[in-house]
Design a protein around this ligand. Structure first.
Ligand SMILES: Nc1nc2c(c(=O)[nH]1)N[C@H]1C(S)=C(S)[C@@H](COP(=O)(O)O)O[C@H]1N2
Ligand SMILES: [Mo]
Length: 363
């Protein structure tokens, strides 16, 4: 199912990990996520269905539902009529880290790399909705796209609470890292919803509908992209009524250097580094352990490229003896929440922000 209709589609680094057996899904090994801005060719791709056919020249965005003036906008209209803004933001799949849950849960078995950070350029969703004019009772958006599953069903149709749709950081984006948005990442138009799970970042956006209730499109209901509001134990039958839409991603960190399995030398400095991020509440600190979590030291945390980007952390380390070491990073946010040392289980394996372990051998 590799698209053949556009040359920009899959400039994917050959070292990315391809998840077989379904739609095209690839993730990035952590050591390839060592840049503050993830290059497009290294950015994970998550598809719930087939690639849609896309023609930039005739693409239109319909805005309808609970609005005073329904709109139909070409890409040109969007660029001419609205201010273009760039937001640097982390984009993370809610299922990132699912493969580390025990017992195992269903879904794409992502390791650590269904995450990246990029510069997204587009127009504010709020500016478009202002021209359309929200009617009273507008509480949620519904996003519609032409991608379909193998059996012809809508692959994904998610939405946003109206407050997030009107937030200044929420975009209808047409560019990524200064290039036209590639097909693989939703080109020509996608939603950018910083702090929300990747599922809320609708790709190939063709219709923005305004609704008077929480949207109930494909992958919005049941247990899809929802977390239990009270703990559910493995083996229990979950009650979907007790699940809520994920609207915030947890505080998290990723060690991008050294790589898992690296061989180091005693007495030689090795910087332990990576990135930390969170959803609504800003990330504030990172601690690093070189002994599997027994002792911790504060890492240096650099500013991010704006409030929605990840922040680089660095920790200067010189291993003083030979042997195996387990490196761990643990981020904390401004409200005092920290990453759990171990994974928190839930039926669909979402929002796993348990600490990553990196095993290295010092010789
Ligand atoms: N139309 C459409 N939009 C979509 C999806 C999809 O399958 N179809 N997948 C969503 C999910 S689950 C994620 S995590 C992000 C992934 O964005 P990326 O492929 O650009 O990394 O896109 C979201 N937008
Ligand atoms: Mo996702």
């Amino acid at each position: 199912m590799i698209p053949t209709d556009a040359p920009d589609t899959l400039r994917t680094d050959p070292d990315l990990i391809v998840h077989g057996g379904g739609p095209y899904n690839v993730e990035t090994p952590p050591h390839l996520l060592d840049d503050p801005i993830t290059p497009i060719g290294r950015f994970f791709v998550r598809n719930n269905g087939d690639w849609p056919a896309v023609d930039r020249a005739t693409w239109r965005l319909a805005v309808d539902g609970l609005v005073e003036r329904p709109l139909s906008l070409s890409l040109d209209d969007l660029e001419r009529r609205f201010e273009a803004v760039t937001v640097t933001s982390v984009l993370e799949c809610a299922g990132n880290g699912r493969s580390y849950l025990e017992p195992a849960v269903e879904g794409v078995l992502w390791g650590y790399g269904a995450v990246g950070c990029a510069r997204f350029t587009g127009v504010r969703m709020r500016d478009v909705l202002e021209v359309a004019g929200l009617k009273e009772g507008a509480v949620y958006t519904a996003h519609h796209s032409p991608d379909r599953t193998e059996t012809g069903k809508v692959a994904l149709s998610r939405g946003l609470p109206i407050a997030k749709a009107l937030a200044p950081e929420t975009l209808i984006a047409f560019a990524m890292n200064g290039e036209p948005l590639p097909l693989a990442h939703g080109g020509p138009l996608r939603v950018v919803a910083p702090g929300f799970p990747g599922s809320a970042w609708q790709k190939w956006l063709a219709r923005l509908e305004i609704r008077d209730r929480e949207h109930d499109g494909a992958k919005m209901t049941g247990l899809d992209y929802r977390l239990p509001t009270a703990p559910v134990r493995p083996g229990e039958t979950p009650d979907p009524a007790l699940f809520a839409v994920i609207e915030d991603m947890p505080v998290k960190s990723l060690v991008s250097h050294p790589a898992d399995g690296a061989r180091l030398r005693a007495g030689e400095p090795c910087e332990i580094r990576g990135f930390a991020w969170s959803g609504r509440v800003p990330v504030e600190r990172v601690h690093v352990s070189t002994d599997g979590g027994t002792t911790w030291a504060m890492a240096e945390l650099e500013p991010g490229e704006g409030p929605h980007a990840w922040r680089r952390f660095r920790f200067a380390w010189t291993p003083d003896h030979a042997g195996p070491f387990t490196l761990v990073a643990r981020a904390g946010d401004a409200s005092g929440r920290v990453q759990p040392l171990d994974q928190t289980w839930n039926p669909r394996g979402y929002c796993n922000n348990g600490c990553q372990r990196v095993g290295v051998t010092v010789g």
